[in-house]
Design a protein around this ligand. Structure first.
Ligand code: SF4
Length: 454
């Protein structure tokens, strides 16, 4: 019998939800004694966790599978694109196994088939250290994010049927994790050094509806499996908690006071997708745009520092110039801090593809450019207004004299950064909170220096 542990290579593609799936599979592999290796050459088998959301993601996933096939030859495919096995087999007939998202058991079975685990009772009995170089946290498992922040997945799937989206057909209906389970994981993460929890799901505001908001106990207190109660629990942990993918339901308003109280970050990632009631109806999304603007005003009156991030689709089938301009007007009125925008892309299997009056590609691109131009002026002005203020920041990295940090308004990967000019001199460390005096800004980022108390 070989003395070496069996070796698995892993390629993780897609969104934070897919990243959490990767973390779970990697944790299981580690627990069963597999070594995780960074190169194709060293791996006995390669697992590719794919994304299948839009055409470019499908192409990237198929390329990644192709590369793993060419470089290694033993490839197990999982993730969202796994819901379309014919497409994968047509491009790469030699893959060993294909499974869909969250199907951890199928991935492990496929790994066992090609590479049985090496049982070692001595190693199995050694307790896992709190943090190893590979991101293992005791009681949690492997984390692919830096040590000081982590994604906290509260549910899988989605009960909505937005006409442009195929996620429910890939990931199924909403399945929430009971609140005590989530809070215990959050607690373990914080114990392991995490300073910022990023709550992710497909639909954070629907959290718990499938469990009828079941009440559970955590730290001797009852909490409902519901967004607001989850936020109250997270507020007990003394770290930053940031809410992502918050569908604009009315009850979102309930968490704004918790943001004002500092229980969770005053940050809402809330996809509005459009501002024309007719287009929103075609998208099968809530269409009361006047109410949305009223609500935004109300949120700002309760939590003046709230950062609003949203995403929009331009060039949706049937979108007229006038409807697109409604969207631009909405941007002017809403004054959102951060915005992501996409030109409509007909995802295979999406109901919206059957809608009439597709917008020509060049019009979509032209609208996208106009949209981004309008929003970048808004974002730039919002950042400029922070010059002269002091912002609490979390240090992500050190780079020569600089420390690269994020303020409460900046989620990792998608938002801006705060460059701290005297970061080295101030002796900052990665994962440390620091107050920064903001001295400059541009379209995305802020610049400043550590604010010392005199
Ligand atoms: S709420 Fe989000 S995940 Fe659910 S169907 Fe709509 S776009 Fe897709």
């Amino acid at each position: 019998m070989s003395l070496q542990n069996p070796k698995v290579g892993f390629v993780s593609l897609g969104c934070p939800k897919a990243l959490v799936d990767s973390e779970r599979i990697l944790t299981q592999l580690k627990v069963e004694g597999y070594d995780l290796v960074p190169t194709y050459d060293d791996a006995d088998v390669v697992v590719v966790n794919t994304c299948g959301f839009i055409d470019s993601a499908v192409a990237e996933s198929l390329d990644a599978i192709g590369e793993a096939m060419a470089e290694n030859g033993k490839v197990i495919v999982t993730g969202c694109l796994g819901k379309r096995p014919d497409e994968i087999r047509a491009a790469h007939p030699g893959v060993l196994s294909i499974s869909g998202p969250q199907d951890y058991a199928s991935v492990m079975n496929a790994v066992h088939d090609v590479l049985p685990p090496k049982h070692d009772p001595f190693i199995d009995l050694v307790p896992a250290p709190r943090r190893l170089g590979d991101g293992f946290i005791e009681g949690v498992g492997i984390k692919l994010t830096p040590k000081h922040y982590a994604y906290l997945k509260i549910s899988e799937g989605c009960n909505h049927r937005c006409s442009f989206c195929i996620i429910p057909s890939m990931r199924g209906d909403l399945v929430s994790r009971p609140v005590d389970d989530v809070l215990r994981e959050a607690e373990r993460l914080v114990r392991g050094g995490v300073k910022e929890l990023l709550v992710v799901s497909q639909d954070t505001s629907a959290y718990g509806v499938d469990l009828k908001y079941a009440e559970r106990e955590w730290r001797g207190k009852a909490y409902q499996t519901r967004m607001k109660a989850l936020c109250e629990g997270l507020g007990e942990l003394g770290v930053w908690s940031r809410l992502h993918y918050v569908y604009p339901y009315p009850h979102v308003d309930d968490v704004i006071p918790l943001m004002a109280e500092g229980k969770v970050l005053p940050y809402l990632d809330i996809p509005f997708q459009h501002a024309s009631p007719r287009i929103l109806k075609l998208m099968k999304r809530p269409g009361a745009v006047d109410k949305t603007l009223e609500r935004i005003q109300n949120w700002r009156s309760i939590a003046p520092d709230i950062t609003l991030r949203s995403t929009f689709i331009v060039g949706f089938p049937g979108e007229t110039e006038a409807e697109f301009e409604e969207l631009l007007d909405f941007l002017d009125e809403a004054q959102l801090d951060r915005v992501g925008a996409f030109a409509y892309s007909p995802v295979e299997g999406a109901a919206a593809n059957a809608l009439p009056d597709a917008v020509p590609e060049e019009v979509k691109q032209e609208r996208l450019a106009r949209f981004m131009e309008r929003q970048s002026e808004i974002s730039e002005a919002k950042l400029a207004a922070k010059v002269g203020s002091v912002q609490r920041c979390l240090v992500d990295a050190l780079d020569g004299d600089l420390a690269i940090a994020r303020s409460m308004a900046d989620a990792p990967e998608i938002d801006g950064l705060v460059q701290i000019q005297n970061g080295f001199e101030a002796g900052l460390k990665v994962g440390e909170f620091v107050d920064v005096e903001i001295m400059g800004s541009d379209e995305h980022d802020l610049y400043g220096e550590v604010a010392f108390d005199d």
